[in-house]
Structure formats: C-alpha cells, structure tokens
Design a protein around this ligand. Structure first.
Ligand code: SER
Length: 318
C-alpha cells in the first residue's frame, strides 16, 4: 500500500537522512518533512515542508488532514546531555509529543507510528555486556526516564487501542551528512569533523569508554525495515534492542589514523562521562534478528573508511 508520511523533527540528525531515503522510496510528495523551525535545507527543499511544534497535537492533526497522512515518524526529542540541563523541558518535549502522536493514531487519523527509544533506557544496574532485551532498567537521565516511560506508553496504546506503533532502541548513531545535538555519543561524530579540520580532537569521554554505536545507513535501514515488516512479526510493542558495532574513543582514533596518520586525541572528561558509564558496553539484539530479520551491514572499519573518504571529498570541493 502506498503511504503518505509525516516526519516530525526532519531537520535533526536522523530526520535529514531518513527524509531523503523515504523520499526515494515513496516519492518526494508523499513524504512531508516538518520541524519546529526552518533548518536543514535538503529536508526543506527536496519536497513538502511544514513548521510543526511536535508537542502541539492540533498542529500535527492539521497537517495530517491536509496531506492525508498514513504514517508518522516522530523524531523530535531532547537527548541525554542537553536533557540534564533542562529536565522539565526534556520531559515535556519527549512525552507530550509522543502522547499527541499516539492519540492521533488512536483516533484512527493515521495507521502507523514510528518512535525511537534509546540505549538510555538502561542504567548502571543493567548487565553491561550483551544487555538483554528484557533486563533491569533503572535509567539515571531524564532522557532515559522519558524513553523508558514512552516505551510502555507505546505498548499500552498498542494493547488497549490497537495502535500500530513500532520502535527501536537506537545506540549512538554516527553520521557525516548531518550533525547530532545534545547527546552523549556525539563525540563519535565530532571526532571525524575535527580530525579532518584540525588533525586533533579533545574527547569529553575517557579513552576506554565502550558504547554501542551504529552507522547512519544501518540505522535508516533498521527503521524502514521495522516499519515495513508485517504487523504480526512485531512481537514487542515496547521497543527492540538493535546493535551493530561497539568501540571506545581510543579504538576509533586508531581507525581514523589509518587515513589521517598524524591525527592526535586528548581526553578531558566532563559530566557526560557519568552518563556514558551508566549505559551498556554492548547490546543483545537477537529478538530483532529473529522477529523481523534485522542485521547490520557496516563494521567499524568500513564505516570509518566511508566517513573519512566522504568528508575529505567534501572538503576538497570547496
Ligand atoms: N545518542 C543518544 C544520546 O547520546 C543516545 O540515544 O543521548
């Protein structure tokens, strides 16, 4: 069935690339990009674009009716590090937007919802290695608390109101076309830009901090794959663990040095270290593999090669 898709938060790190990919699959005019303000020029100019505050249910509904939207991807959120500076704002944005979209689906204005959760749902008491799908979850950030609560709201709306909502627990997402904002895993994107610009990077996490990560291409694939899966195959209506790669800042620096031999890294930990320390090192994603056939493509080395080559090519164009 052909879909008409609304993306809330289309100018953010994932939104930019997801908008581009969905427009190639479903057609430019069938993917409505939106954000709270003007932002990324690609998302705004490559097809329909609307200004929407994702916490305003009526504003969302107006656009849903205008374009006869069938699916909403809700990507607007405040991430872990920024959320610690603005706890109430983070809670309000992350929860009000989710409940607005779930209500719109409950009222049958749309057929399907995608909403990302995160490894931030885990906490210091979760087993660190191969963290299971179902395990101890005692998050210590407002972002993590909002994502864990959101997961149970998704399950509740599915079970009580038959809402077809699907979700992934993203690890840190590594991209080069769009920048992240306000996350604890952002160092793994910044490092590439600084390596190319200056040949040096001062990392806010300590050298041996291992975190689960994923290249953007894989994150987009996983997102589209879970949304295109048969509803019966989606056995979990909270959110699925998905994993791809894991590394430490030191290991990433070694990879970058293969292309930029003089690259140097220093370490100046800040408050984000505590957040990173509360999260898993690696994630067990066997349920996603079993239920809807998830498997990642990129390794740490193939991802590093692709990012560095693209950034160098971009730099040489100017
Ligand atoms: N990338 C996110 C963050 O660091 C985790 O989901 O906040």
């Amino acid at each position: 069935m052909s879909q008409t898709i609304l993306i809330l938060g289309a100018c953010g790190q994932i939104g930019v690339e997801l908008t581009e990919k969905l427009r190639t699959i479903y057609g430019t005019n069938r993917v409505i990009a939106s954000d709270i303000r003007n932002g990324n020029t690609l998302s705004m100019s490559s097809g329909p674009f609307e200004i929407i505050d994702a916490t305003n249910k009526e504003a969302i509904l107006t656009v849903v009716k205008k374009y006869k939207v069938t699916q909403i991807y809700l990507l607007a959120a405040m991430l872990s590090a920024t959320g610690e500076s603005f706890p109430e704002k983070a809670w309000n944005l992350n929860m009000t937007s989710l409940l607005a979209v779930l209500d719109i689906a409950k009222e049958k204005h749309i057929k399907q919802v995608y909403w990302p959760s995160s490894i931030a749902v885990f906490g210091p008491t979760t087993p660190k290695n191969n963290s299971p799908q179902k395990t101890i979850m005692e998050p210590t950030t407002v972002y993590g608390i909002s994502k864990l609560s959101g997961e149970f709201w998704c399950q509740y709306y599915h079970d009580k109101y038959d809402v077809d909502v699907r979700s992934l627990r993203y690890p840190g997402i590594i991209s080069w076309k769009s920048s992240p904002g306000g996350g604890t895993t952002d160092y793994a994107v910044d490092i590439f830009f600084k390596a190319i610009e200056k040949g040096t990077y001062d990392c806010f996490l300590e050298e041996n901090t291992r975190l689960p990560m994923m290249y953007m291409e894989d994150a987009i694939d996983a997102t589209i794959k879970i949304m295109q899966a048969k509803s019966d195959d989606i056995k979990l209506r909270t959110s699925y663990n998905v994993s791809a790669i894991d590394f430490t800042p030191k290991e990433l620096a070694v990879q970058i040095r293969q292309y930029i031999p003089n690259f140097s890294i220093t370490y100046s930990q800040d408050f984000r270290q505590e957040i990173a320390d509360s999260w898993p090192n690696t994630i067990d994603d066997s349920e996603a593999r079993k239920d809807w056939g998830w498997s990642p493509t990129y390794t740490l080395s193939s991802m590093t090669e692709e990012i560095v080559k693209n950034l160098l090519a971009q730099k040489n164009q100017y």
